[in-house]
Ligand binder design. Structure first.
Ligand code: NAD
Length: 351
């Protein structure tokens, strides 16, 4: 089978990460990298050509696909140039700063007839994959709530991530992944959304957000991220009328919990706690709560490229579709609107 030849524009943090990942594929050849800063390319792998601009790379390099890993505001220009040069495109997230920019990108790629997708590789994160499997298999009966939480300790944004005009801040960063995961999981239009977005220790960009999405199927999804939470954690909770599922950690450690029977005649079952007597919130009686293991997964982020390669060879459809990326961007715009007004936003276009 013909090797897929790929060039990376923007050989910084993510450019390097992607190059390392691509080394593990026999059927993908990294032939070129381009960066305006020559120092970034000093450690380019042997045999990989280096270029000082996207124009030069598009003009001279032997490539089928361009991976765009430059800072966010440059993505539109990069996509338009790659499309004009008839190259397939994997763009880093967030693909665009706005929905309007994204629409210009999709027009350009449609005209060119090239593949256009976005690097939402966190759809293959273990923690997410396990929770998606719990949801897809209906293991908890009727789901009413999903919580996705990410807390860190390193609150300071760095480099261009400090500036709003560069697409800095956590909503444009992890926010894109966390929203994408929820929209990929819940098979229903969003009815309304309420969000709060704060700059806790950063002057100009957000480093904390909470987003509450009410879906038409009744599910309430809550995403909370704080870089300065000081209690690092990646956690999930899904609640249904047949049980709960929880995960604590990127590796997906957690459990499903069910009750042996639904409690009846609750007034007789008082338990004493440090905060006084309670009928519902003390420790459960022995044997009432039953634990089960979560489903297993062998998913890994590398699978993103496994699937892209198949799409490149026409063996399957692209998984991260432009219309899904556009939906995430619309949700992000609604998040900013809600955070600005302090009001819930109805997502009429989802109807
Ligand atoms: N998918 C993910 O999980 C993930 C993770 C981190 C970053 N990203 C995304 O990757 C992109 C890059 O982020 P980063 O943290 O690697 O940034 P970075 O600053 O580390 O790297 C960006 C590189 O692009 C180069 N560059 C800037 N303008 C250029 C231009 N016009 N032409 C060519 N090169 C140019 C810079 O010199 C730098 O080497 C962003 O869109 C970011 O959101 C995605």
């Amino acid at each position: 089978m013909k090797k897929m030849k790929l060039g990376i524009v923007g050989y910084g943090f993510m450019g390097h990460c992607d190059a390392d990942m691509l080394k593990t594929f026999e059927d993908i050849e990294l032939t070129a990298v381009a960066d305006i800063n020559p120092a970034q390319m000093e450690d380019a792998p042997e045999g990989v050509e280096t270029y000082s601009s996207i124009d030069e790379m598009l003009d001279k390099a032997d490539i089928d696909v361009v991976m765009i890993s430059t800072p966010n505001p440059s993505h539109l220009e990069m996509v338009e140039k790659c499309a004009a040069a008839k190259k397939h495109i994997i763009c880093e997230k967030p693909a665009a700063m706005t929905v309007a920019q994204f629409d210009r990108m999709t027009e350009a790629v449609k005209r060119a007839g090239v593949i256009f997708t976005v690097h939402q590789q966190r759809r293959w994160d273990k923690d997410y994959r396990i929770m998606k499997s719990v949801y897809d298999q209906g293991l908890l009966g009727n789901v009413y709530v999903i919580k996705s939480q990410l807390y860190g300790f390193n609150g300071n944004m760095h480099d261009w991530h400090r500036f709003p005009e560069m697409g800095g801040g956590m909503l444009y960063d992890w926010g894109v992944h966390l929203i994408d995961q929820i929209l990929d999981m819940v098979d229903s239009p969003i009815e309304s959304l309420y969000a709060d977005l704060r700059n806790v220790i950063n002057e100009k960009v957000d480093d904390y957000f909470k987003i509450i999405m009410k879906f038409q199927n009744g599910i309430m999804a809550e995403i909370e991220l704080g870089t300065y939470y000081l209690t690092p954690k990646r956690a999930w909770f899904i609640g249904g009328d047949k049980g709960s599922a929880l995960i604590d950690g990127f590796a997906g450690e957690g459990k499903i919990v069910r009750t042996a029977h639904l409690l009846e005649n609750v007034p007789g079952k008082i338990t004493m706690t440090a905060a006084g007597p309670t009928r519902s919130f003390g420790p459960a009686a022995p044997g009432l709560l039953l634990e089960e293991p979560l489903p297993e997964t062998d998913a890994e982020q590398r699978d993103y490229f496994v699937h892209f390669l198949k799409a490149f060879h026409g063996e399957e459809e692209i998984i991260v579709k432009p219309e899904q990326v556009r939906r995430v961007l619309r949700v992000m715009e609604a998040v900013r609107e809600s955070a600005g007004t302090g009001e819930a936003v109805r997502l009429e276009h989802e109807r």
